[in-house]
Design a binder for this molecule. Structure first.
Ligand code: FAD
Ligand code: FES
Length: 299
């Protein structure tokens, strides 16, 4: 059993959990994930480790309640337990040395890009982060990103906060040469490498919904900007055995759990990924309806 030490609501349907998992914390590197089960008979779901504290033996998970298991998890609080936490799984993020790196996160995808910021900065990169959500309430981890990035752009589709538009709209501005010249005036005292803000974007790390990652990859492709995306296919065992997480990269079949979850965004077959993610829609809806019915009966 793994004890939840702390549970913090980040938005109405997004919660951050600090979990006691010393062995996982000891080996975790940015970009890796765990597969959890709430109970012995529960579904296995993958979640990225947004943070880990080796000394304290804890990991942090940021979870958006969208279906049966994530809703059940988001009802848990400090003192509750989780049956299994298996990991770390997947490959750590490939850290590319770049004068200017941009992190793009949509919704809880921000939990995936957040741990990269400090590592990239320690390597001498000027780090810009773009975090977005449909509305103000869905922009998560902005304050945390501000602590570890040189510049943070918060975006909302409805304009209720920060930049009005999608994260792709903001990235389009950043890779525009005229805009970069204007950026050169950003807070030069905050970073020894501040001039890098107006240098061309050399690498983009991106995590979020599939249409968002596709849009970012299409934007950076003509500019030849290396773009790494963190893929979120359906995973079951997380060990390369079940085939559930198969994705096509550059025409070749890969298993995201052992070959990824991060891949070259310009080589991903996003249409296939989007299609495979809908494979169990009927069963997912049935499971959620059944859970809600049971809750109604209990009250
Ligand atoms: C490597 C990886 C890292 C992830 N990290 C996070 C994270 O940090 N925070 C977060 O909130 N979510 C994360 N996800 C997505 C998360 O796993 C799904 O939201 C969760 O499995 C949904 O389960 P559910 O029972 O609540 O919803 P369901 O109603 O069962 O499913 C809703 C949707 O979630 C997806 N999904 C369902 N089952 C799985 C599964 N076993 N594996 C992957 N996707 C599934 C499908 O798109 C499905 O349509 C990650 C996914 C992957 C692959
Ligand atoms: S989750 Fe089973 S092969 Fe990747």
């Amino acid at each position: 059993m793994f004890r939840i030490l702390d549970a913090r609501q980040l938005a109405s349907d997004v919660k951050c959990f600090r979990i006691d998992a010393p062995l996982v914390a000891r080996h975790r590197q940015p970009g890796q994930f765990v597969i959890i089960r709430l109970s012995e008979t529960g579904e296995r779901i993958p979640l990225t480790m947004a943070n880990a504290d080796r000394a304290a033996g804890t990991i942090e998970l940021i979870v958006k309640a969208i279906g049966k298991t994530t809703r059940e998890l988001c009802k848990k609080n400090a003192g509750d337990t989780i049956s299994d936490v298996m990991g770390p799984l997947g490959n750590p993020t490939e850290i590319i040395k770049a004068a200017h790196a941009v992190l793009v996160g949509g919704g809880v995808g921000t939990a995936v890009i957040y741990p990269l910021a400090q590592t990239l900065r320690d390597g001498g990169s000027f780090v810009s982060a773009i975090t977005g959500g449909r509305t103000r309430e869905l922009v998560v981890l902005e304050a945390e990103l501000r602590n570890v990035c040189d510049v943070v752009y918060a975006c909302t589709d409805d304009g209720s906060y920060g930049f009005r538009g999608t994260v792709a709209d903001k990235l389009r501005e950043l890779i525009d040469p005229a805009r970069r010249r204007r950026e050169s005036s950003i807070a030069p005292e905050r970073h020894a490498n501040a001039g890098a803000a107006c240098r061309p974007v050399e690498v983009v790390y991106c995590a979020g919904p599939v249409p968002m990652m596709k849009a970012i990859a299409e934007l950076t492709r003509p500019a030849g900007i290396k773009t790494i995306v963190s893929l979120n296919p359906i995973m079951v065992d997380g060990t390369g055995m079940c085939g559930g997480c198969r994705v096509t990269i550059d025409g070749q079949a890969k298993f995201a759990c052992v070959d990824g979850p991060e891949f070259d965004g310009h080589a991903v077959n996003f249409a296939e990924l989007a299609d495979r993610l809908t494979a169990y829609r009927v069963q997912e809806k049935l499971a959620l309806d059944r859970m809600e019915h049971e809750c109604d009966m209990a009250t």
